[in-house]
Design a protein around this ligand. Structure first.
Ligand code: ATP
Ligand code: MG
Length: 412
C-alpha cells in the first residue's frame, strides 16, 4: 500500500462528528416514523441507466459527478449519487403500485465526484423520504411539515429558512420553457459554454447554473410564476395555504428550480447562512413523472433529502452518551469478581466501563475521563464481607453496600 490515507473527498467519521450524524439520523427516523414512513434500504450501486436516464442527461450529477464503473461481467454500474432514483426503481421493480400510498425513508452514503470543500464531500450521507401515490397538495404540505419538525427537533428551526417555488405541471413547464428560450437566445453571447449547450437540450437547467455569467443573465429571466396555468396556480396556492395553517414560515423564491429533470409542481429547499456556500441542508420536490419514466405507470411522488454531515455540523453541542458506571478492582485478587460484577451490571442495563489496567488511582482517573457517574470499588476485604463501595464521582460521596443490593443501589 502506498499511502495510508483515505481518498480525497472522503472522511473517517468518528468521535463528535459521528455522534452528531447519528443523532441527525435517529431524530429524523423518529420524526418521519410518526408520519407512517418506513425504512427502505436499496443497493449502493445500480445500473448506470437508473441515474443517467432519470436524473437528466444534462444535470450536473450525470454529466460530471457520477462514479461509474464496469464490473467484471461488463455491466455499467454507478455508485448512487442520490436516493430517489433507487427508491423509485425499487418501487417499480417490486410492483408496489398495488398498495398506495407508499411511504419510505432511507439513509446512507451517496457518491459524487465534486470539488471537496467544507460541507461538500465525494462520499456523503443523506437522509431522505419519498411519498408515492398522492397527487394532492396534502402530500406536499405533509412532507414539508415533516422536514420542518425534523429540524425543529434538532434545535435548528431558528437558523433555517424554507424556500419554496412551483414549477407547475407539464403544460406550464412547456409554456415557461418557450419564454425562457426566447429570452436566453437574446442573451446567447453572455452565456457560459455549458449553458449554450443546455439551451438546446434543457434550457431550464440554465436557471440552476453556478457560473457568474449565467447568474447575471438569469437575474432578469422571465419568472416561472407568470407561466403557471390555472390548475398549477391553484395547486401551489393550496400548498402555501396548508403551510400557513400549520404555522410553517416560508419564502417564495421564484428562482428556485432544482437541478434534476424529474421535478414538477412544488420544489423547496431549507437553507442556512451558517455553512457558507454549502447553505442548503435539505432539498426536495414533487416528481410526478418519475415512476412513469421508469415504466411503473402514472404514480405521483414527492420527497426530500438532507445532507447528514451538513446538519451535523450545525449542531453546536456535542451529543452526550449515557454516563457509565466504572467498576474498579483494587488488587489482583479482586479482578475476577470485578469482571463478573461488570458483566452483571451490563446485563441489568447499565453502561459499564472496566478500567483495564493500572492501580486504583490510575483507574479513577480513567473513570473520570470516561465521564462515569459512579464508581463501584471492589476491595479484597470488602469482597470477603460481600460488600463494595459506591462512589459518586460528581459529589465525591461514598457508601458501602451489600453486593446483593448493588444493582438496586445503583438504580437510585
Ligand atoms: P448543492 O447545490 O449544494 O450541490 P444539490 O442540489 O446538489 O446541492 P441535492 O442533490 O439536492 O443537493 O442533495 C440534497 C442535500 O444533500 C443537499 O442539500 C446537501 O445538504 C446534501 N449534499 C449534496 N451534495 C453533497 C456533497 N457533495 N457533500 C455533502 N452533502 C451534500
Ligand atoms: Mg450538487
Amino acid at each position: 500500500m502506498e499511502k495510508v490515507q483515505c481518498v480525497r473527498g472522503t472522511y473517517d467519521l468518528y468521535g463528535a462528528a459521528k455522534r452528531k450524524m447519528k443523532k441527525v439520523v435517529s431524530v429524523g427516523s423518529s420524526v418521519v416514523e410518526k408520519y407512517g414512513f418506513e425504512e427502505i434500504e436499496t443497493p449502493i450501486f445500480e445500473f448506470t441507466e437508473v441515474f443517467a436516464r432519470n436524473l437528466g442527461d444534462t444535470s450536473d450529477i450525470v454529466t460530471k459527478e457520477m462514479y461509474c464503473f464496469e464490473d467484471k461481467g461488463g455491466e455499467s454500474l454507478t455508485l448512487r449519487p442520490e436516493g430517489t432514483a433507487g427508491v423509485v426503481r425499487a418501487f417499480v421493480s417490486n410492483g408496489m403500485q398495488q398498495n398506495l400510498p407508499v411511504k419510505f425513508y432511507y439513509h446512507g452514503p451517496m457518491f459524487r465526484y465534486e470539488r471537496p470543500q467544507k460541507g461538500r464531500q465525494r462520499q456523503f450521507t443523506q437522509f431522505g423520504v419519498e411519498l408515492l401515490g398522492v397527487e394532492t397538495p396534502q402530500a406536499d404540505i405533509e412532507v414539508i411539515a415533516m422536514a420542518y419538525e425534523f429540524l425543529e427537533k434538532l434545535g435548528l428551526s431558528g437558523q433555517v429558512t424554507v424556500e419554496i417555488n412551483s414549477l407547475g405541471d407539464a403544460e406550464s413547464r412547456d409554456a415557461y420553457r418557450e419564454k425562457l428560450v426566447a429570452y436566453l437566445k437574446e442573451h446567447y453571447a453572455e452565456l457560459s459554454e455549458d449553458s449554450k449547450n443546455r439551451l438546446d437540450k434543457n434550457p431550464l437547467r440554465v436557471l440552476d447554473s453556478k457560473e457568474e455569467c449565467d447568474k447575471a443573465v438569469v437575474e432578469n429571466a422571465p419568472l416561472y410564476a407568470d407561466s403557471l396555468n390555472e390548475a398549477s396556480k391553484k395547486f401551489f396556492a393550496d400548498v402555501l395555504r396548508g403551510l400557513d395553517l400549520l404555522g410553517i414560515k416560508y419564502r417564495v423564491n421564484n428562482r428556485l428550480v432544482r437541478g434534476l429533470d424529474y421535478y414538477s409542481h412544488t420544489v423547496f429547499e431549507l437553507t442556512t447562512d451558517k455553512l457558507g456556500a454549502q447553505g442548503t441542508v435539505l432539498a426536495g420536490g414533487r416528481y410526478n413523472g418519475l415512476v412513469g419514466q421508469m415504466g411503473g405507470g402514472d404514480v405521483a411522488g414527492i420527497g426530500w433529502a438532507c445532507g447528514v454531515e451538513r446538519l451535523g455540523m450545525l449542531l453546536e453541542e456535542d451529543v452526550s452518551l449515557p454516563r457509565p458506571v466504572a467498576v474498579i478492582p483494587v488488587g489482583d485478587d479482586t479482578y475476577e469478581a470485578a469482571l463478573k460484577i461488570a458483566h452483571d451490571l451490563r446485563l441489568a442495563g447499565f453502561a459499564v466501563e472496566q478500567s483495564y489496567s493500572g492501580n486504583m488511582k490510575k483507574r479513577m482517573i480513567k473513570a473520570n475521563k470516561a465521564n462515569a457517574l459512579k464508581a463501584v470499588i471492589i476491595g479484597s476485604d470488602e469482597l470477603a464481607d460481600g460488600t463494595a463501595t459506591i462512589k459518586d464521582l460528581d459529589s465525591g460521596e461514598q457508601k458501602t453496600v451489600a453486593l446483593a443490593n448493588l444493582i438496586k443501589e445503583l438504580q437510585e
